[in-house]
Design a protein around this ligand. Structure first.
Ligand code: HPA
Length: 272
């Protein structure tokens, strides 16, 4: 079926459940689902009830759309996102992002769990993403372009909005929350990287690496949404002794760092 028609059906359904028009969308990363506690919830809609939405398969992602308010501002949050490694085609991964735009979202606030590559990073750090490098992740805009959504050849000189990056830095400083900044490497997963791959990512200019976000950001920029994204560093890729990384460790570290992220998002949303 025609993409625009699908998006309209999706939005019609969501509107039938809540008449709010959220201008802010939030994507909650792995182990960061407790950010929803910041939301005064109006309604939660499981993804499998929403026409044309994919459903999540990964542990730590519950899979529902939450409409409510943060700091008095109407928001829509994705609790559970879709990853390329789950086997979805790229355009599926970004379907909900496009749906958020059709719902009225102008600014997308993204969080994720990421492996630290830059040796100045530590587990538990927050890193604001200033740019990304996509490595072997299919571009979600491959295929017929929908002119009604965006350009065939979108500019990517500022995928992460500079003004919002500055604001997040100021907010973090005001809250005395240390905030690093850096370039996010988007990989497919689901394997964590080999030692040599972490070294390569460092050499090509990446500071952290993760298995989400890049396709979502490309789709969001294509629609004209402003994007800001923060990584929680959940493990260090480059370490010479014990390089074993587990999903449990990632979820645990993300949950531990989450209150810092919540505090920043609360203030950010208040001024969006
Ligand atoms: N590599 C890729 N994805 C990740 C990592 C990592 O080290 N940590 C959390 N997500």
């Amino acid at each position: 079926m025609d993409l625009i028609k699908q998006l309209n059906e999706t939005v019609l359904y969501i509107r039938s459940r809540s008449s709010r028009v959220p201008k802010v969308g939030i994507v909650l990363g792995s182990g960061l689902g407790n950010l929803v506690e910041e939301i005064a919830v109006d309604i939660e809609i499981p993804y499998d009830e929403i026409p044309h939405f994919p459903v999540t398969t990964v542990e730590g992602h519950s899979g529902k759309l939450i409409l409510g308010k943060i700091s008095g501002k109407p928001v829509v949050a994705m609790s559970g996102r879709f990853h390329y490694y789950e086997g979805y085609p790229a355009h599926y991964v970004v379907y909900p992002i496009r749906a958020l735009k059709y719902l009225g979202v102008e600014t997308l606030v993204i969080s994720n769990a990421a492996g630290g590559i830059n040796s100045s990073l530590r587990v538990g750090d927050l890193m604001i993403i200033t740019d990304h490098i996509s490595l072997f992740v299919a571009n979600p805009l491959i295929g017929k372009n929908e002119e009604a959504i965006g350009l065939r050849f979108p500019d990517m000189s500022e995928p992460y909005n500079r003004r919002l990056i500055s604001r997040v830095k100021e907010i973090a400083a005001g809250l005395q929350i240390p905030l690093k900044e850096g370039v996010y490497a988007g990989v497919t997963g689901p394997t964590f990287e080999t030692r040599s791959e972490y070294r390569m990512l460092h050499l090509v200019g990446c500071d952290a690496v993760g298995m989400s976000t890049v396709q979502e950001v490309i789709a969001a920029v294509h629609t004209g949404m402003k994007v800001v994204a923060v990584s929680v560093i959940t493990d260090m890729g480059i370490r010479e002794d014990d390089n074993i990384i587990t999903h449990e460790e990632v979820l645990h570290a993300a949950a531990a760092a989450e209150p810092k992220l919540s505090a920043i998002f609360r203030e950010l949303v208040a001024e969006l």
